[in-house]
Design a protein around this ligand. Structure first.
Ligand SMILES: C=C(O[C@@H]1C=C(C(=O)O)C=C[C@H]1O)C(=O)O
Length: 424
């Protein structure tokens, strides 16, 4: 049903010539980016921003989007995922967070996928779009041609944030104690690093370095939340639902033999397989009620990233109830990969032991289209930029056999994408 108060958006997607470099199209200070392996979308400007808070932030977003999309007038001459009306989104991890969750509808989207390139213009009904004498095609080609060169690299000196390394180890030890005492099975504990970004930095430089360093990850920038995540929370494309669960981590080995050894040790570690299984089960349970033919591989595989190995499981299913990707992230978040198990006990323990608000770290980040399809990652390996301040986050799954020093080391490896891009 369409709410009469919902503004009506008018959307036009036009095919354009090659736009192989996407990031130079977006804003230097407020980039909107969703990119993997050179495929993706960037946004320019803000036609509409919807904000949500509290317990119902995800379900409220799903309802608001359904209503907005139902009233939109969309002309889409390309018709691949990411064309037509879209919003970029980033959601707070906790219902208690003071950070707002957002859906941002850009004024212009430039995208490429499967050899198709396009520009989408989004405006309110009644607002004029300057299409020049050549009409929409000319306006779109002009938008596709409009780029600014990426600025120089900038450095950030990171310092310990609200959770120091020593305090992190104490909290991990406390988590282990409570798990061994039978209070819960797994908890994911994180720590933070803080710094400042020099004035007038071209934030796109950070995004570009992440995308180049981690081409197999989702590189994202939404409302100052910037990172490169290997973990697909959920993607929905024409009824096909996929997720990639990661939990269980080890550093890459020095040299091929040590690296192979690290991967085999991870694949056969009981501790890591236990930690992983909680995460897989939580995703399967959440997706079961929305899908048919849901299948997860029997045994996890090892996923190689430039900085580490993860235990990974891919899950696939067929959407059975018309849920949108926002409905699915509402059902999935938070998975045991970033909260723990059982979920309510893990969340209570995070609230108790972590001395900071996670903001949008470990929350869903991605995009949604008018039909509800979309791609969402878990916001990991990221930093939040806020008026020159920057906070980076990394965490680890803690189980009964976890060793605090090892978990601290693991957070250091997980900080690498952000630190390498911004230091030196
Ligand atoms: C919590 C993070 O990562 C999560 C925890 C993992 C683990 O404990 O092994 C692995 C991947 C992610 O699901 C993070 O990167 O901050």
């Amino acid at each position: 049903m369409t709410n009469p108060d919902t503004p009506r958006l008018v959307v036009d997607t036009t095919p354009v010539g090659d736009v192989s470099l996407l990031i130079p199209h977006t804003s230097e200070s407020e980039p909107l980016v969703w990119l993997r392996k050179g495929t993706g979308i960037v946004g320019i400007g803000e036609a509409l921003r919807l904000e949500f808070t509290g317990e119902t932030r995800l379900t409220d977003a799903a309802a608001a989007w359904r209503s907005l999309a139902a009233s939109a007038r969309v002309s889409d001459r390309v018709g691949v995922p990411g064309t037509g009306l879209i919003a970029f989104g980033a959601f707070a991890f906790s219902s208690l967070s003071t950070t707002t969750s957002v859906l941002i509808v850009p004024r212009t989207v430039v995208g490429r996928r499967s050899g198709r390139h396009w520009v989408t213009h989004i405006r309110f009904e009644g607002d004029e779009l300057d299409t020049g004498r050549g009409g929409m095609l000319e306006a779109s080609e002009a938008a596709a041609a409009e780029t600014t060169p990426i600025g120089e690299p900038f450095g950030v000196d990171f310092l310990e944030g609200q959770e120091s390394a020593d305090s992190y180890k104490l909290h991990v030890a406390e988590g282990v104690r409570r798990i061994r005492a039978g209070e819960l099975e797994k908890v994911v504990l994180a720590r933070d690093l803080v710094g400042s970004v020099p004035a007038d930095s071209d934030v796109r430089r950070f995004v570009t370095d992440l995308a180049q360093g981690y081409p197999d990850c989702w590189t994202y920038a939404v409302d100052g939340l910037i990172g490169s995540s290997p973990e697909t929370l959920v993607s929905v494309t024409d009824g096909a639902v996929t997720a990639r669960v990661l939990a269980g981590t080890t550093a890459r080995g020095d040299g091929p033999e040590a690296d192979e050894h690290a991967s085999v040790a991870l694949a056969t570690s009981q501790k890591d397989n236990d930690e992983h299984e909680f995460a897989v089960q939580s995703v399967v349970r959440s997706l079961e009620m929305h899908t048919s033919h849901l299948a997860a591989s029997e045994v996890p595989f090892t996923l190689k990233l430039p900085n580490l190995w993860h235990l990974a499981t891919d899950i696939e299913g067929v959407l059975s109830d018309g849920a949108s990707s926002l409905d699915l992230i509402a059902a999935l978040h938070p998975t045991a990969a970033v909260a723990g198990a059982p979920t309510p006990d893990a969340i209570a323990m995070i609230d108790d032991l972590e001395p900071f608000d996670r903001g949008r770290y470990a929350g869903p980040v991605g995009w949604v289209g008018a039909d509800g399809d979309g791609e969402w990652a878990i916001a990991l390996r990221c930093a939040q930029l806020d008026d020159g301040a920057i906070t980076a986050y990394a965490g680890c799954g803690v189980v009964g056999e976890s060793v605090p020093e090892n978990e601290l080391m693991e957070t250091r490896i997980k900080f690498r994408p952000v630190i390498d891009a911004l230091e030196g």
